[in-house]
Structures are given as C-alpha cells and as structure tokens.
Design a protein around this ligand. Structure first.
Ligand SMILES: *Cc1c(COP(=O)(O)O)cnc(C)c1O
Length: 461
C-alpha cells in the first residue's frame, strides 16, 4: 500500500527547525481587541504594562503587524535540547479504530515539564534575563507551567516564585518537588503572603483556589518586589507566538511528505498549544491559500468558548490584571470539584476568541469520563500515557476518525498531544475504579460568573 511509505515518525533535521516565530495576528482581518486599563477602560499603552511584564514581551504582546519575529539564537539552542518534537503517524490507533482516516499527532511531552509549556517558558525567562531582572513570579494549576518555568529560570539563573493552586499543591506533591529541584519556591494559593490572597481567604475560607486567584497573587508579588516581573503560561498573545514553533515544525514535516491535513484538533485551556499548532495553517486559511477545519476542544465543565460570553473581562479573580476581550465564564468562575482534567481557566486567548468569533475555527466540549476513556484507548495502542488535557483532543480525533469509518472518507486528521499524564494518577485512579463522574454546569450555575463580568459602555454582551 502506498500509504506505508509514510514513516511512523516524521523527522526534521536541526537545520529545518524554525528560526522565526509566526505571528498569526498579522494575517487576521479583525485583530484581537486591545487590552484595556481596568480603571479607565482605555487601551493600555506599552509603558503601563512595563511594571508587570518584561519590555520585549510587551512589544510582542502588542505586535499585530509583524508576521515573523526572530527567535533569539540562545532560545533556538535551548529548543534543540528537546526539539524537534516527534510528529507521529498513529498507525496503531488507526488500526484499532479500523478507520480509513489517517491520523497524525505532534507530541510535546518529551521534556521534563511533560508539556509544550517549556516553549514559552524559555522565551519569557530569556527576555527577563536580558532585561537584567532578578526573577519572575507566576501561577500554576496542574503544575506543568510551573515546572517549565522553573527549568527555564534555572537555566538563566533567575529566581522563580510559583503560586500553585492549593488543590493541586496538595494533590500533586511530586510536581511541587520537581519545581523545587529546579530551584523554584512554591506557595499554595490562596496564601496569606499577599493582600489579595488574604482577601480571598477571608471571603471564601477553606477555598481550594483557582488559577484566577493564583494569577492575582503572582502579579501582586511581582509588582511589589524590585527587579521582578510576572509571567503567564497561556492566554497571552506572546505565548501563542512562542508556541507557533509547534505548528511551524509540524507544517515543515507534513510538507516534506506531501501531506495536507483536513482537520486540525487541539485541546483548549487558555489556547496556547492550540493557537501554536494551528497558527501557520490558520495563516494559510486567512490568506486564502488553503482551507482547513480547526477544532478547539474544551471540558464540558469549563466551557468558555462553547458557552461563554465574548466580552471584556478580568484575567484574574482579584481583578488586578488588565481587561481582555475574550470568550469568558467570568473571572469568578471555578469548575466543579469533580473536574480532574485541567483546562480550568475561565477565559480564552483573545486571538483564538476573535478567530472563533469570526468563524475561522470551531469549538466543541467533551465530558471527562469520555476523555479518560479516549486516554486509556490511546495509551493501550500508541504507548504514550497522555495528559488529561491532551486527551480532550484525542477524544475528538477518535470521534472524527470513527465518523470517517461510517462514511468511508479518508480524511487526514492532525491533533496536538500536548503532554504526558504521569502526575495525574489520582484522576486516572478514579477513572480506573469507575468512580469518576461528569458534571455539566447548568445555565443557573454559570449565571453568577456572567453577572460578575464588568459592564461599561462598549462592553455589551
Ligand atoms: C497547560 C496545558 C494545556 C492547556 O493550556 P493551553 O494554553 O490551552 O495549551 C494542555 N495540555 C497540557 C499538557 C498542558 O500542560
């Protein structure tokens, strides 16, 4: 059969690795809406962001015009430690599903952070070092971002203060120790260290925290300590830009074997891996050079794209961050306690939100037991134990492949396998014991979150 000519893994040489990031905003007909000052509701100027973010990262955040931005050589070299990441033809999965579809996945779990997060962590640490800073602060939920940033900071000898959502801090002690091994300090959030943490604890004693809370704490610490800035592992335009290495490598590899995907699928928490994977393909679609179906997959228990409002909202619970226009469930939204699979942020990257709003991308939501069923099926045939987050994409890739089985169509499906799930064994245990449950919030459950979205002229939703 001709298709057997395509190898199980499509390799790239070092000389084929990207030397520039691709900025999809340059090709968007409608640019993502600018960040607003939460006090004045005016677009933020670069100088207003300097107390929070490194200057070069602010420039990248606000750059809607340059399609390509050079990857500094030191970052290119760091990437070579763990990149190119494998692009795999999922022959075993295709066989197990008995589908005529051709399935490929780009695997980002081959580094100690266990995820794609290192692609942006190293860039953000590089610019912090270049600016002469002492260190950075951040939040982490499941722990991959905190781990990635700890690795990047130790490489550049920067101090790293991580505020870890309390429920993860308690459930994932090993993640915490990985971060400490790389020299980071890890504090459960909400904490008594910060004004905003004390306020949240007073209002919600016993809370197990949320990403939104941890962001507020990390921002407060960065702005109150000389020589520190805040860094974020998803959602922001700059993070999508750095993650474009995923899509650029994928496109080069697929072009080498003459394959064009019909459907590109990724899980969506804040949107960084999906945005990075689809960017070069989306660019072609936006320029009218090719067409693809893009599918964002989110948990049914945290459905920001599929059920959220497209509005200006706070990026954090403490409402200290700028306002971003995005699909949001409201900055006070916290997924129900039985939610295990990551992807728990209340909003979505404003770049992806705009692309979705303009009809260039689809979105769907899936329930966690079906996500873990897909994870198990995938692990058993392809060998990799996937992260629960990544398994949202696996679920929909399998569903699309099964549709092809019904119709006999030989579609090419590409999905992002963002990471490994070794630290998610409590969730896997629940699934294996048959005690994992699904919870889909009702409209009434979502309403308080929507009620907390700020209302001001121009922010109708
Ligand atoms: C953080 C993370 C995600 C979700 O974040 P995005 O910014 O939406 O990509 C998905 N998978 C893994 C393994 C992660 O660590």
């Amino acid at each position: 059969m001709a298709e057997n000519k395509i190898p199980y893994k499509i390799y790239l040489d070092e000389s084929e690795l990207p030397t520039k990031w691709y900025n999809v905003r340059a090709d968007m007909p409608n640019k993502p809406a600018p960040l607003l000052n939460p006090g004045t509701h005016e677009p933020l100027k670069a100088e207003e962001l300097y107390p929070i973010f490194c200057e070069e990262l602010v420039a990248q955040e606000l750059n809607n015009t340059d399609a390509y931005i050079d990857i500094p050589e030191e970052i290119q070299n760091f990437y070579k430690m763990y990149r190119p990441s494998p692009l795999v033809r999922a022959y075993f999965l295709e066989k197990a599903l008995d589908t005529p579809a051709k399935i490929y996945y780009k695997f980002e779990g081959n580094n100690t952070s266990g995820s794609h997060k290192l692609n942006s962590a190293i860039a953000q640490a590089y610019y912090a070092k270049k600016q002469g800073l002492k260190g950075v602060t951040t939040e982490t939920g499941a722990g991959q971002w905190g781990t990635a940033l700890s690795m990047a900071c130790s490489y550049f000898d920067l101090d790293c203060k991580v505020y870890m959502v309390k429920v993860s801090y308690e459930q994932k002690p090993f993640r915490r120790e990985v971060m400490r091994t790389y020299g980071a300090s890890v504090t459960p959030s909400p904490s008594m260290d910060t004004e905003v943490g004390r306020k949240i604890l007073e209002a919600h004693p016993g809370t197990t925290g949320s990403l939104g809370c941890a962001i507020s704490e990390a921002v407060e610490v960065a702005t109150k300590h000389e020589g520190y800035r805040y860094v974020l592992g998803s959602v922001l335009n700059q993070v999508l830009l750095h993650q474009s290495v995923i899509g650029l490598e994928t496109k080069t590899a697929l072009d080498k074997i003459g394959v064009k995907p019909d459907i590109i699928i990724g899980c969506a928490g804040g949107g960084s891996n999906l945005g990075g994977l689809i960017s070069p393909f989306m660019g072609e679609k936006l320029r009218g050079e090719a067409d693809y179906r893009f599918i964002a997959v989110e948990p049914a228990s945290c459905p920001s794209l599929t059920r959220g409002k497209f509005a200006y909202d706070f990026c954090d619970t403490g409402m200290v961050c700028p306002l971003a226009k995005m699909y949001t469930l409201g900055s006070g939204f916290i997924p129900s306690a039985n939610h295990a699979g990551g992807l728990r942020y209340h909003g979505m990257s404003s770049t992806l939100s705009q692309l979705y709003h303009d009809g260039f991308m689809e979105a769907t939501s899936v329930e966690q037991t079906s996500v873990f069923a897909a994870a198990q099926q995938f692990a058993r045939v392809e060998g990799i134990l996937p992260a629960p987050e990544s398994s949202h994409a696996i679920r929909v890739a399998i569903d699309e492949a099964l549709k092809c089985k019904e119709t006999g169509e030989e579609k090419t499906i590409l999905f992002g396998l963002t990471g490994t799930g070794y630290f998610d064994m409590i969730a896997y245990e629940k699934f294996n014991d048959g005690v994992m449950t699904d919870y889909i919030p009702t409209d009434e459950d979502l309403q308080p979150g929507f009620d907390a979205i700020p209302r001001f002229p121009g922010n109708e939703f």
